[in-house]
Design a protein around this ligand. Structure first.
Ligand code: HEM
Length: 294
């Protein structure tokens, strides 16, 4: 994947510009606003579309599709989310087919398409990869941004610390450890493994609870505290191993850009009303995050 640092930096600075314009407008009024809808979703969509090299679709309709699909990951617990998820997948596939025709030749999508064509793989087979890239990038970045800003709004000391130092360098990862959006992932066991007194046999499915691991007291001192300068910080918010997050660098760049925008604004951020969450197990973040500036 030949995504260059320059391209990632440009995405970071465009996300920052977008956040600056929304946040500076909002900070001039004491009226509350929903950070998830007004900042996190448009910023995440901009970042992912620029990475893929496609035109940004309307935020509202795209976010609704992504929400339906990501909620589908919980169909084992909530069967009623399955049908809307399947309908959203069909609709997303239709849009992806259009993006294939319209993508620019600088982005990741055109690179994947060219690679597939050279390898004799049909376009339709690339739909799945494109859909995974889009969803893996969009919904997680929305969640990570909303969680980080919720933590910031409820930890005034952290806000001041970030304003007066370069703690954001390590702080981005600490926000993800403290409240990462991806709560779990499942793997199939390939050979018999013993963990403590539990034997896992070949073919068993094992769900790792990432959110819980990130608060493991054997791994992290004072795990329930937000410690912006925490180092080392071997959290699992971006997964691990060969299937760890392919977008980890971009994820950090986007979250950093959003936090910098808030910190450098002179207003004092606070929670205007309690956040609202949809019932969800796999992804955790506030679907509505009402904030205000004082
Ligand atoms: C802060 C935002 C993000 C978080 C918290 C996050 C988290 C994760 C996690 C936990 C995994 C591992 C899933 C598993 O093991 O089952 C993962 C995988 C992945 N992520 Fe991210 N991600 C973020 C942003 C992104 C972005 C921006 C992209 C790119 C557009 C991206 C692309 C991917 C892909 C393609 C995978 C699958 C890798 C594989 O299976 O080999 N992610 N991400």
């Amino acid at each position: 994947m030949a995504i260059r640092n320059q391209q990632l930096d440009r995405i970071g600075s465009n996300v920052r510009d977008l956040a600056d314009s929304i946040i500076s407008r909002r900070s001039r009024s004491s009226v509350s606003f929903d950070f998830t809808a007004e900042v996190a979703r448009p910023a995440a969509l901009l970042g992912v579309c620029e990475l893929l090299g496609i035109e940004k679709p309307p935020v509202h309709s795209f976010a609704a599709l992504a929400d339906a699909m990501t909620r589908g990951m919980d169909a084992g617990l909530l069967p009623e989310v399955l049908a809307p998820a399947l309908a959203a997948r069909t609709e997303l596939n239709r849009r992806i087919a259009d993006w294939f025709d319209a993508c620019d030749d600088q982005g990741l999508l055109s690179e994947v398409l060219t690679g597939a064509q050279n390898a004799g793989i049909p376009r339709e087979a690339v739909w799945n990869s494109a859909r995974v890239l889009f969803l893996a990038g969009f919904s997680t970045a929305v969640g990570a941004a909303a969680n980080a800003v919720l933590a910031l709004a409820t930890h005034p000391d952290a806000f001041e610390e970030l304003r007066g130092s370069d703690a954001l360098r390590s702080g981005v990862d600490e926000f993800m450890r403290f409240d990462g959006p991806v709560q779990g992932t499942t793997r199939a066991c390939v050979h018999e493994t013993q963990i403590g007194d539990v034997t896992i046999t070949r073919g068993d499915l094992v769900t790792a609870l990432l959110g819980s691991a990130n608060r493991d007291p054997e791994m992290f001192k004072n795990p329930d505290e937000l410690v912006l300068t925490r180092e080392p910080n071997r959290h699992l918010a971006l997964g691990w191993g060969i299937h760890g997050c392919s977008g980890a660098i971009l994820a950090r760049i986007m979250i950093r850009a959003l936090l910098e925008s808030l910190i450098q604004n002179r207003g004092r951020l606070s929670l205007a009303e309690p956040p609202e969450r949809l019932p969800r197990a796999t992804l955790r973040y506030p679907d509505r995050l009402p904030l205000s500036f004082r």
